[in-house]
Design a protein around this ligand. Structure first.
Ligand code: ADP
Ligand code: MN
Length: 253
């Protein structure tokens, strides 16, 4: 069964695989047997037909492009068991009332972490925040809406493509952050130009696995860091802002 899943998914993966070095790295490093089975299951459920190249190879997760049978594109985020920061995961999950788990099982912890990202995305979307739509998640694999153009080019991060009109972009971002914090009642926790996509000059916030509810014991510490990062980065782009100014705009009570 495992061997079959392996072969099937490798076939799915390799059918359209390019000779790109990043691609080969992805298929040999991250697809342990259990992950292959998860991908196989997701393929069987119709969530994906072909894995078509790496979008990003991060510290803990790989983001790949998935093509569905109808030709539409999804983003597939796969957490690697081997390189995950379990101490951090445990610490963030332990203080979140939505997860009353005290598990130290590593796979269980990753599954909860992925589930947290899925639930955070749903909650943010419901609050009107511009995030990718959460489609499904299974164990260490998360499938979300692909943010990019019709030709399959992913939207660049703000880090890679700073906005043409930083002041206007910043105003839109503050509106998104306001909804994030005051409507969804979540704190991002890793907000910077690396985790904001520049999608046709509109901000799309990504990477919300570590985002915590506002009454989490580390929420204020994370919020202070997010505000510092954003005010610093946009000041550097020439926007008239400061930590104090951004704080006042986001925290009203
Ligand atoms: P990591 O934990 O590795 O930082 P991210 O969720 O930030 O994971 O994703 C890594 C990169 O993958 C992002 O910087 C972005 O370039 C790309 N990416 C993530 N999600 C999407 C998406 N939904 N659509 C297009 N590109 C994405
Ligand atoms: Mn990221």
């Amino acid at each position: 069964r495992v061997a079959k899943a392996d072969a099937e998914v490798q076939k799915l993966i390799s059918r359209k695989r390019t000779k790109d070095a990043d691609d080969r790295k992805v298929s040999s490093e991250i697809f342990d047997k259990a992950t292959l089975q998860v991908l196989y299951k997701l393929a069987n459920q119709g969530h994906l037909d072909v894995l078509n190249g790496a979008i990003s190879t991060g510290k803990e997760a790989n983001v790949l492009k998935g093509i569905k049978e109808d030709g539409s594109i999804v983003a597939v985020k796969i957490y690697r068991i081997a390189t995950s920061d379990f101490k951090k995961m445990q610490y963030y999950i332990a203080g979140d009332p939505r997860f009353n788990v005290r598990s130290s099982n590593k796979r269980q912890l990753i599954n909860n972490w992925v589930n947290k990202e899925f639930r955070n995305l749903t909650r943010l979307k419901d609050a009107g925040v511009n995030v990718p739509e959460a489609i499904t998640s299974l164990n260490n694999v998360l499938i979300i809406e692909f943010i990019g153009d019709e030709d399959g080019n992913p939207a660049p991060t703000v880090k890679n493509l700073p906005p043409q009109d930083p002041a206007h972009f910043y105003e839109q971002l503050v509106e998104q952050m306001d909804r994030f914090i005051n409507k969804a009642n979540l704190i991002h926790g890793d907000l910077s130009s690396y985790n904001i996509l520049n999608f046709d000059e509109k901000p799309v916030i990504i990477d919300v696995s570590q985002s915590v509810v506002r009454d989490h014991i580390i929420a204020n510490e994370l919020l202070a860091r997010d505000i510092k990062n954003i005010s610093f980065e946009f000041s550097k782009m020439g926007v008239d802002t400061s930590i104090e100014d951004l704080t006042n705009r986001l925290i009203k009570d």
